[in-house]
Design a protein. Structure first.
Length: 247
């Protein structure tokens, strides 16, 4: 974790205030003063914030050993016409629905388009979210897809074999289709390419009318639209790499 983020997550300082404290020589790592805000620190490092009276290093001082607050892991049921963003834009941010302390520390794991609904994961644990979105992880995501035209049997096989998307040099990985009815399917993919689901159906001459994410990995959507909850310990652990450093 970057030192400035570590300081923020251990204190009430904003990112700009943390950077100012680092630049002023008020932060030490393993008993050495550090001025580089981007320095990587870990949970076993000894990080101390020293505040000086009147900002003078020869004045009275108060030391605080920094320990980060516990990571947070949330599940949110995203409504339509909301943004997977920390701030409002053309539509309101999903964080308008989430009443929680220090929301600026959180980030969204795998964004959804404004018009796409369903399961969104949110956290302040960068290593955990990286484990979910990195291509090598091949984390399965299941979408309920409403289509303009009836699904064709040959499309199911084409999705298994991989689809050539416009502007892409490689085929998509195998995607699995479960037919709900002729114009509604459940699609499971293990990638996260730009607008992937919509582009896959466009590549076979169909059009996505509505898109709803129901599941990521083993975590399923089980709360009403617009609401959120904390993930359980088992749900959190289901995404973690056992042999990688956590911070």
């Amino acid at each position: 974790m970057r030192l400035d983020k570590f300081v923020c997550k251990s204190t009430v300082l904003s990112r700009s205030q943390a950077r100012a404290a680092i630049a002023a020589g008020e932060v030490s790592v393993n008993n050495e003063r550090v001025y580089d805000e981007s320095k990587q620190v870990h949970e076993n490092n000894h990080v101390v914030l020293t505040r000086y009276a009147n900002g003078q290093m020869n004045g009275a001082q108060k030391e605080q050993v920094l320990v980060t607050r516990p990571f947070r892991y949330l599940l949110f049921h995203k409504p339509s016409n909301t943004l997977s963003s920390n701030v409002d834009g053309d539509h309101p941010s999903i964080f308008n629905h989430i009443d929680i302390d220090n929301p600026d520390e959180l980030h969204i794991v795998g964004r959804l388009d404004a018009d796409t609904t369903g399961l969104v994961l949110i956290t302040d644990d960068g290593r955990w979210s990286f484990d979910i979105i990195r291509p090598q992880k091949q984390c399965a995501k299941t979408y309920r897809v409403s289509l303009r035209d009836p699904i064709k049997t040959e499309v199911i096989e084409r999705f298994l074999q991989g689809i050539q998307l416009q502007g892409e040099s490689s085929l998509t990985l195998s995607a699995f289709v479960s037919v709900v009815n002729d114009k509604e399917v459940l699609l499971t993919i293990t990638e996260g390419r730009y607008h992937q689901v919509k582009r896959m159906f466009a590549a076979v001459g169909n059009r996505v009318q509505a898109l709803h994410r129901e599941q990521i990995g083993s975590v399923t959507l089980d709360i009403p639209v617009g609401e959120w909850r904390y993930l359980t310990t088992d749900e959190i652990a289901s995404f973690q790499s056992s042999n990688e450093e956590r911070l």
